[in-house]
Design a protein around this ligand. Structure first.
Ligand code: NAD
Length: 334
């Protein structure tokens, strides 16, 4: 099938090319993100293959559809960037990679928790400058602390297992309870109770209209003083402006973010020679108790390999009229 692959980096091409040997699709790589400006690039392609920050709103989908595109193949699990109702209206098929490596994201989450708690990011810089002082680096034992996991699906469950290994108490919130998490000792509680009683709160639910700004002023007010907040899910789960205010006020102990609500113009690019125009992101970067990584939690060899294999498998299955219903979003999520 003739596919326009958007938002591609050299590593995407490398893994997609290797996986495509078994499939033989005609892949054309474009570096830019798919959006209203770049949609003409997809002219004449039966499918587009996209990532987390490509924009597939009703306008882009309608343009794609007009020019013959019938398949949207996401190289990711989250699908908040696709207007599924519009896709259905246009009878376009949307497929994704629901599970490529929950371990990759969960292990990055643990990395952020450990780094923030022990100030490893600061110690690294200090020691390189010949500063071996420990002031300001005191952490706390994770053992006996309470971790609140919001969203206990594939990734949240692996995080639950990892944090259980550290000897943490586990609170969980999810509209659908996961028996594997309960078996690990997680106790499901209302979200307000999780916010109020957790020393560390980590977000692993999808971004939907219901979860947009799940962590807002009200939620932040409820949290313990000195709380550690981790988001490796989607940026807009947190009201970032509110987080900055509460961090300035000294309420928040530390923050680890792999995602940011306005990340699409910044993440995945080398902007080291540019002035950052986003004042909220620029302010976040000034805090000593905040670590930001650029949406890299998924980025392990195993995960990128699985993404390539499943994406090309999805395209082949579409061609044959036999898509795995778990990977097919067209009707499932409506
Ligand atoms: P999943 O579908 O297995 O689990 C998501 C869980 O969230 C489900 O159990 C669901 O019931 C729950 N949920 C839904 N609404 C909720 C709500 N209002 N409150 C609490 N829980 C709710 O998905 P997953 O594979 O565990 O991925 C979770 C999220 O992680 C994805 O939606 C994606 O946005 C994000 N993600 C980020 C990266 C990264 O690189 N940073 C990579 C992969 C996935």
């Amino acid at each position: 099938m003739k596919i326009a692959v958007f938002s591609t980096k050299p590593y995407d091409r490398q893994f997609l090319e290797a996986a495509n040997i078994a499939h033989g699709h005609d892949l054309t790589y474009f570096e830019p993100r798919l959006n209203t400006e770049t949609v003409p690039l997809a002219d004449g392609f039966s499918g587009v293959c996209v990532f987390v920050n490509d924009l597939l709103d009703a306008t882009v989908l309608s343009e794609l559809n007009k020019h013959g595109t019938r398949l949207i193949a996401l190289r990711c699990a989250g699908f908040n960037n696709v207007d599924l109702a519009a896709a259905r209206e246009l009878q376009m098929t949307v497929v994704r990679v629901p599970a490529y490596s929950p371990f990759a994201v969960a292990e990055h989450t643990a990395g952020l928790i450990l780094s923030l708690n022990r100030g490893i990011h600061r110690a690294y810089n200090r020691v390189r400058e010949g500063n071996f002082a420990l002031d300001g680096l005191m952490g706390f034992d994770l053992h006996d602390r309470t971790v609140g996991i919001v969203g206990t699906g594939r990734i949240g469950c692996v995080v639950t297992r990892i944090m259980q290994g550290f000897g943490c108490h586990l609170l969980a919130y999810d509209p659908v309870q996961n028996p594997d998490c309960e078996a690990l000792g997680a106790r499901y509680v209302p979200l307000e109770e999780l916010f109020a009683n957790s020393d560390i709160i980590t977000l692993h639910c999808p971004l939907t209209p219901n979860t947009h700004h799940l962590v807002d002023v009200k939620a932040l007010r409820r949290m313990k003083d000195g709380v550690m907040l981790i988001n490796t899910s989607r940026g807009a789960l947190i009201d970032t402006a509110a987080l900055i205010q509460w961090n300035k006020a000294g309420k928040v102990g530390s923050v680890g973010l792999d995602v940011y609500e306005e990340e699409e113009d910044v993440f995945f690019e080398d902007l080291s020679n540019h002035v950052i125009q986003d004042d909220i992101l620029a302010r976040l970067l000034t805090f000593p108790n905040v670590i930001i990584t650029g949406h890299q939690a998924f980025f392990t060899r195993e995960a990128v390999q699985n993404i390539a294999d499943t994406t090309l498998g999805n395209i082949t299955a579409y061609e044959r009229g036999q898509i795995d219903p778990i990977n097919n979003l067209t009707y499932e999520a409506l």
